[in-house]
Design a protein around this ligand. Structure first.
Ligand SMILES: C[S@@+](CC[C@H](N)C(=O)[O-])C[C@H]1O[C@@H](n2cnc3c(N)ncnc32)[C@H](O)[C@@H]1O
Length: 255
């Protein structure tokens, strides 16, 4: 099954690019989008989507970290196209997703004569999957992990287990960029409707947690952590005010 959420996000980027949204740099998203998913994106009433801002801040982090890091690992990469749009930025770039997503992505990239990155399609229980991901990378390279719409598919203990494992595996401290759903999110009925749609499409979102939990985890390890709520993203990127709940956020951790 192709991921419903990956297709929705890609359609949002494709539409935003078509509309000239200044946040979105993704001129390749349209290659991966069906007319059906473009219609879903068109029907949405949000003028500015958190998911676009989250994509942008993670893309800026990917470019910025390449100055000091050599290996990028994109967790749950879906139809992300940073690798194709920033050629030569990284010594090593690895993408992680399911067999079906990877097969489809390879196919589309090849058809459009675009470069195909290295992929890994981990299997088994969560911790087993994380081990396979780490073993597919080079521990001697300063490494950035980006997980956009990825960690909420695992429990809090699982993804802390993943970070712990990564800290022990690499010779230098890795950096992380990922988004999280805050624990206030499920209280909002509109958000519950979104979660129901995602679940009905066969994807289980399991984890939400307040930013203080994540901050504490990284700070106890002596790692800098920078939390970006939608209000901060919108002020920074669009110089306008976010007038909804700050119930999701992006974490940039590392130095
Ligand atoms: C919300 S989508 C995000 C896709 C992409 N990062 C983006 O922002 O457009 C989540 C992605 O994670 C992938 N995914 C979910 N669980 C996974 C797992 N256990 N291993 C690898 N990929 C997974 C899905 O197939 C999907 O492509």
């Amino acid at each position: 099954m192709l991921s419903h959420t990956a297709q929705v996000l890609t359609a949002r980027r494709a539409l935003a690019f078509e509309q000239g949204n200044p946040l979105v740099l993704d001129n390749l998203a349209s290659h991966f989008v069906t007319a059906e998913y473009m219609n879903i994106a068109r029907r949405s009433d949000d003028a500015v989507h958190y998911v676009l801002m989250r994509h942008r801040v993670l893309e800026d982090y990917y470019v910025e970290r390449a100055k000091t890091h050599r290996q990028a690992v994109i967790l749950g990469s879906g139809f992300d196209t940073k690798f194709q749009r920033h050629a030569g930025l990284w010594q090593r770039h690895l993408e992680v997703d399911t067999h079906e997503m990877v097969a489809h992505k390879r196919d589309v990239l090849t058809r459009h004569h675009l470069s195909v990155p290295d992929f890994i399609t981990p299997e088994g229980e969560a911790i087993e999957q994380f081990k396979q991901i780490l073993l597919a990378t080079d521990p001697s390279l300063p490494t950035l992990f980006l997980g956009e719409g990825y960690f909420m598919y695992f429990s809090l203990d699982h993804f802390k287990g993943f970070f712990d494992m990564a800290f022990n595996y690499y010779h230098t401290q890795p950096s992380f960029g990922f988004d999280m759903i805050s624990d206030t999110y499920p209280q909002n009925p509109a958000n519950r409707a979104v979660l129901e749609r995602i679940r009905a499409a066969g994807e289980k979102v399991m984890t939400w947690c307040g930013p203080e939990v994540i901050k504490k985890y990284f700070l106890e390890k002596g790692i800098d952590v920078d939390v970006w709520f939608p209000s901060r993203l919108q002020g920074h990127y669009l110089k306008t005010k976010w007038n909804k709940e700050d119930d999701k956020y992006v974490v940039l951790a590392g130095r």
